[in-house]
Design a protein around this ligand. Structure first.
Ligand code: SF4
Ligand code: SF4
Length: 446
């Protein structure tokens, strides 16, 4: 009974706290602007199934993909054991599914054990890749500090979780032989049936119960810790990869989002548009300079980013020593989104444009913007090649915010690199990026 009460307090409290954190993430993502979702819904579901669930794009680099798959599948299967832990915890029973499922239960636990061993190996390989082999894309400067600690912490959590699983199962196997009435027969377990007796066979009954309970509580504790850690971690992609792949834009690569205000302006200059009087209206801001002017899909992408660096490793600007790293762009957007949300939540009038009105995303100005995180030099270095978009395993589009920030700089601020001015002049005067002496109409016929 004491254990049940403790379980309910711990699991209930941790779940409630995690829920508030996930709701905060949702609100932060929705700080972005609305975007009309268009395109083929069945293609969206296909993306969810193949790319988020099936990890299809991971297999472009099959070695890390295989090890990642071990951890991912082990994670999925362990949820069965987790459901059982919750049922046992709430009702004060032991291995609820064992007697119910019989041989099928043995199959499930064996699958979990084999996958756990593979995940154990994969975890150490991932730790070695980051800390000993120092794979270039995993040791770039944007990963210094919290991102590096985050990546290592989660791998350490994984090891602790696996120790908990094998302690629990191993001690349980030995106890099944000593107290079969309470400890249901699980059948032969691929790892625990030999590891349990080898490690714990000499322990007294009391010590064995202690080890089994410690493994059980540690397993539960790690899951609840992970649940609350997730919103602060790059591992949020475990959940957000699904909505991100669903809502990923379906435009062909390279197709830029049209700006109707600019299109109408150009049309009226060319005498192609009817005069609607729009020219007299105040022009809107173009592009984006902050979280609230990006689309919510861009902000969702930032929270989905796994920080894997596949995008930066194929970026030609990054490869040629420029400051630009598409991974850093997404990490910066997430950091700025965290900052904007925290400041709005603080309710401090100093962040309001109009202190008389409630502080919200439409009435927010802290004197900062995304340009305080992302330098203009980074933005200017992008060749718009789309290699980063193609490389991303969870369909994030780092090019989109880069283009929006450039649009803001050039169209709203009328700023930008001086070296680009001749190109703009050429486009304006001859309709081409190059300085042509003949009219575009003539030029295209030549
Ligand atoms: S689109 Fe820009 S950021 Fe992406 S890979 Fe190409 S140059 Fe790099
Ligand atoms: S944007 Fe995509 S490819 Fe780049 S680091 Fe994030 S998850 Fe990896």
């Amino acid at each position: 009974m004491v254990q049940q009460i403790l379980f309910l307090i711990l699991a209930g409290g941790a779940s409630a706290y995690a829920w508030t954190q996930f709701m905060a993430i949702r609100k932060t993502i929705l700080l972005g602007q609305d975007e009309v979702i268009t395109g083929d819904t069945s293609a969206r579901w296909r993306n969810v199934l193949l790319i988020a669930f099936g990890q299809k794009k991971m297999f472009k680099r099959w070695i890390p993909a295989v090890f990642h798959l071990f951890i991912y599948v082990a994670f999925l299967f362990t949820q069965v054991e987790l459901i059982e832990i919750f049922i046992d915890g709430v009702f004060g029973v032991h291995r609820f599914f064992a007697s119910l499922l019989g041989g099928f239960y043995t199959l499930i636990i064996n699958t979990i054990e084999i996958l756990s061993v593979l995940a154990f190996v994969a975890t150490f390989i991932f730790l070695a890749r980051r800390n000993l082999l120092k794979v270039p894309r995993l040791v770039k400067s944007e990963l210094n500090g919290w991102p590096k600690l985050d990546a290592n912490l989660i791998l350490i959590f994984e090891v602790i979780l696996l120790v908990a699983i094998f302690s629990m199962n191993g001690a349980d196997v030995v106890l099944q032989g000593r107290d079969p009435l309470h400890y249901h027969d699980t059948g032969f377990l691929a790892v625990s049936s030999w590891l349990g007796p080898a490690l714990f066979g000499g322990l007294s009954d009391g010590a064995l119960v202690l080890v089994e309970r410690a493994g059980w509580w540690l397993h539960l504790g790690m899951v609840l810790l992970f649940l609350n850690y997730l919103p602060k971690s790059k591992h949020l992609h475990i959940l957000l990869a699904f909505p991100n792949t669903f809502f990923a834009r379906q435009r062909p690569r390279g197709e830029m989002e049209n700006m109707p205000a600019i299109m109408n302006e150009v049309k009226s200059m060319m005498g192609l548009a009817e005069d609607t009087g729009a020219a007299d209206e105040e022009l809107p801001e173009f592009g984006a300079n902050d979280i609230t002017t990006l689309s919510w899909i861009d902000v969702l992408g930032a929270y989905t980013c796994t920080e894997c660096g596949r995008c930066s490793s194929v970026c030609p600007a990054n490869a040629t020593g420029k400051q630009l790293s598409p991974r850093k762009i997404m990490m910066d957007i997430r950091d700025r989104a965290d900052e904007v949300y925290t400041k709005i939540q603080s309710g401090k009038p100093e962040y309001a444009v109009d202190a008389e009105k409630p502080l919200d995303k439409t009435n927010f100005n802290d004197g900062k913007s995304l340009f305080d995180y992302i330098t203009r030099e980074e933005l200017h270095a992008c060749t718009t090649c789309n290699a980063c978009v193609e490389a991303c395993p969870v369909l994030i589009n780092p090019l989109e915010p880069i283009l929006k920030m450039r649009r803001y700089e050039i169209l709203t601020e009328s700023a930008g690199p001086g070296s680009w001015l001749p190109m703009f002049n050429s486009i304006e005067n001859s309709g081409a990026a190059w300085s042509m002496t003949i009219d575009r109409e003539e030029w295209t016929k030549a």
